[in-house]
Design a protein. Sequence first.
Lengths: 122, 122
Amino acid sequence: MKLSKTEEELMNHLWGLKKAFMKDLLEEYAEPKPAATTISTLLKRMADKKFVGYETKGNMREYYPLVSKDSYFSNHINGLIKNFFNDSPGQFASFFTKKTDLSSAELEELKALIEKQLDQKK
Amino acid sequence: MKLSKTEEELMNHLWGLKKAFMKDLLEEYAEPKPAATTISTLLKRMADKKFVGYETKGNMREYYPLVSKDSYFSNHINGLIKNFFNDSPGQFASFFTKKTDLSSAELEELKALIEKQLDQKK
DNA sequence: AAACTTATTCTACATTTGTAGAAGGTAATA
DNA sequence: TATTACCTTCTACAAATGTAGAATAAGTTT
């Protein structure tokens, strides 16, 4: 099961807030905000799909993610890589660094990260 | 406008072949292959969306991509980055290298690539 | 207790997506 | 030229998606 595009957007807000009432989530949206019922519908669908859980507090619910952003993304990206880059993360990585505009600072940071990973491999 | 998941899959085959008749595309699929009409429907929708063009040859068409895989992906990835990583490619990159399992060789390659990019920035 | 606020569920509906049969066209072939 | 092989378009339809009004429920305030 997967989230749709708009559900992903909402999920992302929820990841940011960690825990939130419907009202809080609605606030995250830029104008023009969607109708509150729209958010509710999405939350219900996401709860049905087991992507969010909630605790009932009075007449409302405090929602929280049931999957971490990290694990959600690993799948997501791996699917992408599988589909478009012959299942080769390396191919994807090189495409990525070539096609996105990273600043020098970001490149340095990334380089350091890679060196650290190389170290750990030994 | 965007391609749907299945359209993307078909597009990916087309990128691989560069030019192809419906028959050729159908062959790319693993068993159980979809119905030929299904592929035709998708091709028509993709043509309507201006993602593929074609040359008529007799009673059939030779299809070809109207957008390169590279540019399609830049958008795709940038959307992803915008949505989930605060619009920060660096954040995404570090997430990526941490979460995917790159081999030492791939890491080395990536490091070299980054160094080259750093050089060019000067 | 009445009125108000706010959230949730039900219902609804237009679009998009995934699939494919039926019908109709052209080129090659028997 | 009748048949065969393919292809494309038309039509269809179920499921998923994007949105949101109406109805309902439960605290909150007056």
